[in-house]
Each structure stands twice: as structure tokens, then as C-alpha cells.
Design a protein. Structure first.
Lengths: 143, 158
């Protein structure tokens, strides 16, 4: 599938791209555009104005993905809270990890040549977060 | 301040009723620390983040049944820009002064209260810092005041 978003990704978009690859579309093709008019007709746009997979109400785009694709895994909800606070920072959630993630991804964007390279750097960070939070939920009884 | 900056402007109008979206938008504008130019027109110094934040808010205004447009502009004169920046700086200065006062008050309190206040003021510093586009002198003072409180807490722990 083709996916499109704005160039110069930060927390919300890198998190969404990772989520797409891990949980929605194993072989995604990403396009990074400067203007909403440049989104290819056959691509699904995310984290852009006026699209379903964007900010809605108090939700950031990553949270819109979780809801749209019915991704209810608790560890993903945990990551959603961190991405929300790193992106919006409205203190709706207690996510002390958020400023740290913000700095890590900002730093990655400084050494990455382009958005493709940035996603290659940030993907493993989110893999690590997922594993970390999965472990923290291990003891919970399955229902 | 030297040359004039690019500013991102949000021009918006929301129906008076229901009041829900109006309150939400107003709260978010305040959190962003916008300069209110006139009723329904707010401004922030433009960068990728501020522009994006106002664009999302524009969408929210439209979703709430209102109208919103985003503009990038620069003030007609440097003097006008100075007034704008000074007003924004003055508002965050007041927020920093509250932090300084709270830190001073906590210094005389018990250890538990000091710790609790320290954690709260650190969060508040971060919050105010995110809308501190034209830092006033009070910023350094507020940071110092919180660090003094932290030193006191650490010392008590031994």
C-alpha cells in the first residue's frame, strides 16, 4: 500500500510509520510531501490536515491509527500516551518518557539524511518501547 | 531584537453556541501562548511546530462548526513586532514569577511538601518553557529558584 504524510517527520509521524509497518501493512511505501495537494491519489494520507488519520479532538494521529485499526493491545496504548504527550504536551496523560522520546527523535532527525533514513533510525526505538511495555503487562491475566 | 520574523496567524470564528468547542479552542490557544491580535486573530512566531499546532487547531475550529484560515505574515514595522514580543514575554514572566513565589514558599515547608512542590514546579517550568518564545529575565530566576529547592531536598536526604 502507499502512504503519504508531510516531510520532516517528528514524533507523531515516525510513530505512525512504525505502527503501519508493524501492525497494518508489512510492505508499506511511504511518500513524503510538502503540500497536501502532492499526495498521490492512490495513497492513504496520515498526520495531515483534514484526513481521518490525523488529529481529532484530543487525539494525536497515532491515537487515531490505534482507534481506526482497532489496535487495543495495552502496550500500544502505553506508547500512544507517550506519543500524545511528546506531540501535544497537554498533560492529559502522565508520560514522563515523553520529553526523552522527543529529544531522541529530534536528535535522530539531525543525523538522518532524509525521512526514509529517519524512519530506519526511529523504528528500533519504538520496537524497544513496545517490548518494554509488553513485559510490564506480562503478569496481567488474559481475558 | 533585530530583523522581523515570520509569524503564523490563525484567523477564526466559532459559533457562540454550543460553548464546548469555544472553550476547548481557547484553552489550547492559551497553552500555546499565542498573542491575541484582535478578537478571533492570534499569532505565534512561525516555525514547523507552531505552524503545525495552529493548523490542527484550525481543523478543530472547522470541525466545531466554525471558520478558520492560516496565514504566514510579518509585522509591518519592527516596532509593532517589538510590542507583540514584549506582550508575550510579559505574560510568561508572570507565570515564572508564580513559580518563583511557590518555590520560596516551599522552602519554609516540611520535607514532604518540599518534594511535592519540587515535582510540580519542574513540570510547570517545562510547560511554561514550551510557550516561552521571547524569554524574560524571570526564566533564569525561576530555574534558579527551583534548583535551590531541589538542592534543599537533596541535602535533607543526606
Amino acid at each position: 500500500m502507499k502512504w503519504a504524510t508531510r516531510r520532516h517527520c517528528h514524533v507523531d509521524r515516525t510513530a505512525c510509520a512504525w505502527l503501519i509497518q508493524r501492525f497494518v501493512d508489512p510492505d508499506p511505501e511511504f511518500r513524503f510531501v510538502d503540500d497536501p495537494d502532492d499526495v498521490p491519489a492512490d495513497a492513504t494520507a496520515f498526520d495531515m490536515r483534514g484526513v481521518a488519520l490525523g488529529h481529532h479532538g484530543d487525539r494525536c494521529s497515532f491515537e487515531s491509527f490505534l482507534r481506526t485499526y482497532d489496535l487495543t493491545e495495552p502496550a500500544l496504548q502505553d506508547i500512544g500516551r507517550i506519543v500524545h504527550e511528546a506531540d501535544i504536551g497537554d498533560d492529559l496523560y502522565d508520560a514522563p518518557e515523553a520529553p526523552g522520546l522527543d529529544v531522541l527523535i529530534r536528535g535522530a532527525s539531525m543525523v538522518a539524511a532524509d525521512d526514509e533514513q529517519l524512519l530506519a533510525l526511529t523504528g528500533p526505538l519504538f520496537d524497544g518501547l513496545l517490548e518494554y511495555f509488553r513485559r510490564s503487562h506480562l503478569h496481567e491475566v488474559e481475558t | 531584537m533585530t530583523g522581523r520574523l515570520d509569524w503564523v496567524l490563525l484567523a477564526y470564528r466559532l459559533p457562540r453556541e454550543p460553548s464546548g468547542p469555544r472553550v476547548t479552542v481557547w484553552r489550547k490557544l492559551r497553552r500555546l501562548g499565542v498573542a491575541q491580535l484582535v478578537d478571533g486573530l492570534v499569532a505565534l512566531p512561525a516555525d514547523a511546530r507552531t505552524r503545525e499546532q495552529l493548523e490542527w487547531l484550525a481543523d478543530e475550529v472547522v470541525d466545531g462548526g466554525g471558520e478558520a484560515t492560516i496565514w504566514v505574515a510579518s509585522p509591518g514595522t519592527a516596532a509593532q513586532e517589538r510590542v507583540l514580543a514584549a506582550g508575550m514575554s510579559k505574560r510568561v514572566a508572570a507565570e515564572y514569577r508564580t513559580i518563583i513565589a511557590d518555590a520560596a514558599r516551599a522552602a519554609g515547608a516540611g520535607e514532604t511538601e518540599r518534594r511535592r512542590t519540587l515535582a510540580r514546579l519542574r513540570r510547570q517550568l517545562r510547560r511554561v518553557g514550551s510557550r516561552d518564545y521571547f524569554p524574560p529575565a524571570e526564566r533564569a530566576e525561576a530555574r534558579d529558584a527551583v534548583e535551590r529547592l531541589a538542592a534543599q531536598v537533596i541535602e535533607a536526604t543526606g
